[in-house]
Design a protein. Structure first.
Length: 243
């Protein structure tokens, strides 16, 4: 279909391929449109594949849009994959968008969004890359119940990080230099050279403290309310103070 007047021109084309038998139906549809005026143009294309048997349906759609006028330009693509059976449903949507304008506004977005409805429970996950010249920062955001990494050699998955009830849990971590305002220790905190009765220090959650320090001549140890100094040459306790 083509329409035109002194201010605007439009062109639109629709194609449909369809087959049906009994409760089974399949369709491929494409809609293309172009609208142009003196100072603006919009081009859109929608491709959709759908299949259905009774109440079970699945679909893949791609929507592409480009728009430009005297002040700005936009490009956007949205891909959606969905499937539904009875009350269970899953959707995956990928969005790419770029926007610029003569006033200096620049935006870029790429996102992957997953939603599922299974056995009466809703789930969601996704990630997003973005830039907005208004804040002059780039952003990477994730949404997931837990993060998994694949071991390239064994192919096994590991979950070093999990978030439960708004709290982050890290299975194992090494921090080179850190500053903690408040901390809760669930078991013990100790120096990396701690050996019971020999070196280092340890504080456990019950209040037990052990401090070990040594020099060439003597070894000092504080534990359980008792402080001792031992002569290293004779291995004899020369000072013992109990609290």
């Amino acid at each position: 279909t083509v329409r035109a007047n002194e201010n605007e021109a439009q062109a639109k084309r629709t194609s449909l391929l369809e087959a049906r038998t009994g409760t089974a139906e399949g369709r491929i549809a494409t809609v293309e449109s172009v609208v142009a005026s003196n100072n603006a143009v919009t081009v859109q294309r929608l491709d959709q594949l759908t299949g259905q048997v009774a109440s079970n349906t699945s679909a893949i759609s791609t929507e592409q849009t480009v728009r430009a006028n005297a002040d700005s330009a936009l490009g956007q693509r949205v891909d959606t994959v969905s499937a539904r059976t009875d009350t269970n449903e899953a959707n995956i949507q990928t969005t790419s968008q770029a926007v610029t304008s003569l006033d200096g506004n620049v935006k870029a977005l790429y996102s992957v969004r997953l939603q599922a409805h299974a056995n009466g429970q809703k789930y969601a996950a996704g990630w997003q890359l973005g830039f907005d010249s208004g804040t002059s920062v780039t952003t990477m955001a994730f949404q997931a119940d837990r993060f998994l990494w694949f071991n390239s050699s064994s192919g096994q998955t590991v979950a070093p990080v999990s978030i439960v009830g708004g709290q982050m849990f890290i299975n194992n971590a090494m921090i080179q230099d850190g500053s903690i305002t408040n901390a809760k220790i669930g078991n013990v905190i100790q120096s990396n050279n701690y050996v019971s009765g020999q070196t280092g220090w340890q504080i456990n959650k019950t209040g037990g403290i052990e401090l070990n320090a040594s020099s060439v001549n003597a070894t000092s140890r504080f534990t359980g309310g008792k402080w001792t100094i031992t002569d290293n040459a004779t291995n004899i306790v020369v000072v013992e103070i109990s609290v």
